[in-house]
Design a protein around this ligand. Sequence first.
Ligand SMILES: Cc1ncc(C[n+]2csc(CCOP(=O)(O)OP(=O)(O)O)c2C)c(N)n1
Ligand code: SF4
Ligand SMILES: [Mg+2]
Length: 349
Amino acid sequence: MNAPVKIETTLKDWETDQEVRWCPGCGDYAILKAVQRTLPQLGADPSNTCFISGIGCSSRFPYYMETYGFHTIHGRAPAVATGVKLANPDLDIWLVTGDGDGLSIGGNHLMHVLRRNVNMQIMLFNNEIYGLTKGQASPTSREGTKSPSTPLGSYDHPARPAAFALGSGARFVGRGFDVSKNLPDVLKAAHAHQGAAFIEIFQNCIVYNKDVFDDFAAPKGAEDRQLWLENGKPMLFAKDTKGLTLNREKLCLEVVDVAAGEDGSPDWEAADVIVHDVTNRTVAHMLVEMPFGPFPMALGVLYDDPRPTFESAVVEERARASAGKDANLAKLLGKGQTWTVSGTAQDPV
Ligand SMILES: Cc1ncc(C[n+]2csc(CCOP(=O)(O)OP(=O)(O)O)c2C)c(N)n1
Ligand code: SF4
Ligand SMILES: [Mg+2]
C-alpha cells in the first residue's frame, strides 16, 4: 500500500534547507530533482513518506528530502527499511543505495528484501564506482577500469544490477538514467507496483568515472542506442528503424532492421519485432542480460508482475495469532519460564 491518501504538493514541499554536498555536475542532482518532481504528481504525502539509505554519495539522498528518513549503515538499508515497513505498513518507503552499498557489502541484504517482496521502491544509483571513498572499483565497474584499488585495471567481471534483482526474485525491474526525461515515468510505475520495485539508475560520477554511460545516455546523439520499453508496444529503437526479434531456433534476441510500410509507419510486424509484455519473466531475463553494444540499452519498465507482499502476509499472521487475546506486555514478560542467574563473571557457575 503506497500513499493511500492523495494530497496536493509542489516540488518545493519536498526540498530541505540542507546544503547539498554532491560535487558540481554530479548526476545525483538530476535524480533528486526527478524524484522531487515525481512525488507531487503521485499525490504523495511527505509526512507518510520515508527515504532510507546506506552509505555513499547516493546515500546522502534522505538529507535532501523533506520527509522522514534514515541514513543508515553501509549496505544495511534493506534491513532497516524492512523493519520500518513492518512497524508501519502504510508508510511509503523509498530505499536509496549505490552500486557499492547495494552490491558489495549490502548484496546479501538487497537480495533478501527483493525475494521477500517487501513493498517499497528501491533506487540503485549505478555509477560503476565507489564515489564517496574516492573512486575505488565497485562490483559494477567494467573490466579494465583503472582506479586506486585497481591501478592496472579491474579484471573481475562486473555484476549487472537488473539481472541481480531479477535473479533474486524481484517482481518489478525498471531502468533509467540520471538526466533522462523518462525517469519520472519509471519512478511512477515503480510506485504503482505493490511489492519490492527495483530501479537501476545509471548515474554520472563526474569526478571518478566521468561519462562512462555516454554511449547511451549522452545528452545528445545517443538516443538511437536506447530501447525504451512500453507494455504492449513493439520493441523498436533508432527512430523505429530497428527492433528486437526472437530467434525461435536459438531462443535468443536479435536486432533486425525495420522498413517503413506503405503508409510510412514502421512495418514492425513484417520484421517480426516482438511486443513488450511486462509480465513475461523469460523475456525480462533476456533483456537484463542483453549486452550493450551489439544491442541497445533496455530502459523503462523491463518487468512488472506483482504478487502478494511480505508485510501483507506478516500483518495477516499477526492478526491471526493475536485474535481474541489481550495485548498485555507485562503479562507476557512475567509468564512462564524464567531463569535466576547466579554467580558473577569472576566466579562463573
Ligand atoms: C562498514 C563500512 N565499510 C566501508 C565503508 C566505506 N565506504 C563508504 S561508502 C563506500 C562505497 C560507496 O559506493 P557506492 O555505494 O557505489 O556509492 P557512491 O558513493 O558511488 O554513490 C565505502 C566502501 C563504510 N562506510 N562502512
Ligand atoms: S564523487 Fe562522484 S558520485 Fe560522489 S558526489 Fe562527486 S560526482 Fe557525485
Ligand atoms: Mg557508486
